[in-house]
Design a protein around this ligand. Structure first.
Ligand code: SAH
Length: 346
């Protein structure tokens, strides 16, 4: 059945207060309902016990509460948790909880499927089905915060937009979700603990810089040579490295905040000295950090993790040029929760 009722969680506090005034009630009722929706994460109007039955019926006939539902939760041997999250229209996205000794990081999705076509990524095969709403993004974070408290006895500490989708192609909703996550009516989290990862949409990187956002930026680079990057990330033909670099220079000028690059080194693709040299000259204009991510095989072997020697060469050259470098081991591989493996297999 197609419902004409509006999703009440798409309303701002102000709009909710207005709704009650228009219906001859007190604006304050809006605050009460807002608190139920956001602080108490109510899934139905029924549970709103300090609201009269009459008012709840009015709400019921005007609105729905489109809450996400964690359909399947899988736990990896290394403690990583993956949630398969069912949306109100029955589509599914995945989000991941990554624990370390001191932190819990939530890796959340921004789209169902993905707008982009990276050859090495399982999510790309799903194609983009739709953007997530701000509350669907927010709910993934809350679900992981709850799991962190339950299983690790501590709240969520960090968020990375590195799940399914390209966050900068769902920019407005991602920003609204981050506003909620950082606001005191939401989770009150510092934007410094949030990282938005992009394959590089130059126009949107500039827009973010102009808007003075306070979260961190990560760029999935994988190659600083156009021909190679276009072969593995075909959208690079449109959003070329020189445009990307120009937008990052703009970002740095405006925000003065360090840029992180995500980078997988593959055998025979980008494992030569010339590849490192190109990377160094691409990112040395600003304080940078390169995360060398381990490759998580997704299929037939077109892509293979480079040798330890090649990784060492990267580390040495980057360090010699004053670029911070970390080599990241994958987490949650056994449950297909690692980078690039999110593909709704369950
Ligand atoms: N679209 C955004 C957000 C996704 S983040 C972006 O590209 O940044 C997911 C990260 O995992 C990206 O850095 C992506 O390049 C990387 N990735 C994709 N497939 C991978 C794989 N098979 N192994 C390791 N990393 C992968």
């Amino acid at each position: 059945m197609v419902t004409k009722k509006k999703d009440i969680r798409a309303l701002t506090l102000e709009q909710l207060r207005e709704f009650f005034i228009e219906n001859g009630d007190k604006a304050f009722r809006g605050n009460q309902v807002y608190e139920w929706l956001w602080q108490k994460a109510a899934h139905s109007f029924e549970v709103m016990t300090n609201i009269s039955k009459e008012t709840r019926e009015i709400l019921e006939s005007n609105f729905v509460i489109n809450h996400i539902k964690v359909d399947v939760m899988q736990r990896s041997a290394d403690g990583t948790i993956k949630n398969a999250v069912r949306l109100h229209d029955d589509l599914v996205v995945e989000s991941v909880l990554i624990p370390t000794k001191t932190r819990t990081t939530a890796c959340v999705s921004s789209q169902v499927g993905c707008s982009l076509d990276c050859k090495f990524c399982a999510t790309a095969r799903l194609k983009r089905m739709r953007n997530l709403n701000p509350d669907e993004i927010y709910d993934q974070v809350v679900a992981i915060d709850n799991e962190s408290r339950l299983y690790f006895d501590r709240p969520l500490s960090n968020i990375v937009f590195m799940g399914m989708g390209e966050p900068l192609m769902n920019y407005n909703n991602v920003l609204k979700a981050i506003d909620k996550i950082t606001s005191k009516e939401g989770l009150g989290m510092s934007p410094k603990r949030i990282t938005v990862s992009t394959s590089g949409v130059p126009k949107m990187i500039k827009k973010m810089a102009d808007e003075g956002v306070k979260f961190n930026l990560a760029v999935s680079l994988h190659s600083a040579i156009d021909a190679i990057r276009t072969a593995i990330m075909p959208f690079n033909a449109t959003f070329t490295l020189s445009d990307l670099k120009e937008s990052l220079e703009y970002w740095y000028k405006k925000t003065k905040s360090r840029i992180t690059y995500e980078y997988v080194v593959w055998q025979g693709i980008n494992d030569k000295q010339k590849d490192v040299d190109a990377l160094v000259s691409f990112c040395k204009f600003a304080p940078s950090k390169v995360n060398l991510i381990e490759y998580n095989p997704i299929d037939d072997g077109d892509f293979q993790q480079a040798s330890a020697k090649a990784i060492e060469m990267y580390v040495r050259s980057l360090e010699r040029n004053g670029i911070v470098v970390t080599v990241r081991r994958s987490r949650g591989k056994d449950i297909d929760a690692a980078c690039g493996q999110l593909a709704n297999k369950t």
